[in-house]
Design a protein around this ligand. Structure first.
Ligand code: DAT
Ligand code: MG
Length: 149
């Protein structure tokens, strides 16, 4: 089954949106297989955002993601990578549709609450960067047959 990496950024944690975000993924029917709250190191932040290393906003982005606790999660389900990106909305919250997490709760691009992997291969890379194998649970919710046909 497909998995994606989701992180609630320091602004989302500070604003008390952890429960709301988890609720949306649970209500959709996805399965939580990994969860931890961590203070992100500069090394981890720079590795995670490595694709943006040359961008002008890179150091500010690393400063921001290391500025407070982050809730790191792995969610599992059919098509979860693309579905999570839709649930999250566009990078710029002002351009995100209402009903998306960024569209409902954010304004500025540098305070956009949540990260979600952008492709299946990216998800695999990010999951192994943030989680050890023994931090992920292999389980199947008893409700599965009411979510999948
Ligand atoms: P996303 O988080 O939607 O995958 P991204 O990978 O392009 O977006 O960028 C990673 C993060 O970097 C993004 O969530 C917020 C920040 N960012 C992106 N573009 C930016 C910009 N033009 N100015 C400031 N911050 C930016
Ligand atoms: Mg991205």
């Amino acid at each position: 089954m497909e998995r994606t990496f989701i992180a609630i950024k320091p602004d989302g944690v500070q604003r008390g949106l952890v429960g709301t975000v988890i609720q949306r993924f649970e209500a959709k029917g996805f399965t939580l297989v990994g969860l931890k709250l961590i203070q992100v190191s500069r090394d981890l932040a720079e590795a995670h955002y490595g694709e943006h290393r040359e961008k002008p906003f890179f150091s500010g982005l690393v400063d921001f993601i290391t500025s407070g606790p982050v809730v790191a999660m792995v969610w599992e389900g059919k098509g979860v990578v693309a579905a999570a990106r839709k649930m999250i909305g566009s990078t710029n919250p002002l351009q995100s549709e209402p009903g998306t997490i960024r569209g409902d709760f954010g304004i500025d691009i540098g305070r956009n609450i949540i990260h979600g992997s952008d492709a299946v291969e990216t998800a695999q890379r990010e999951i192994s960067l943030w989680f050890q194998d023994n931090e992920l649970a292999n389980w199947s919710p008893t409700l599965s047959s009411w979510i999948y046909e």
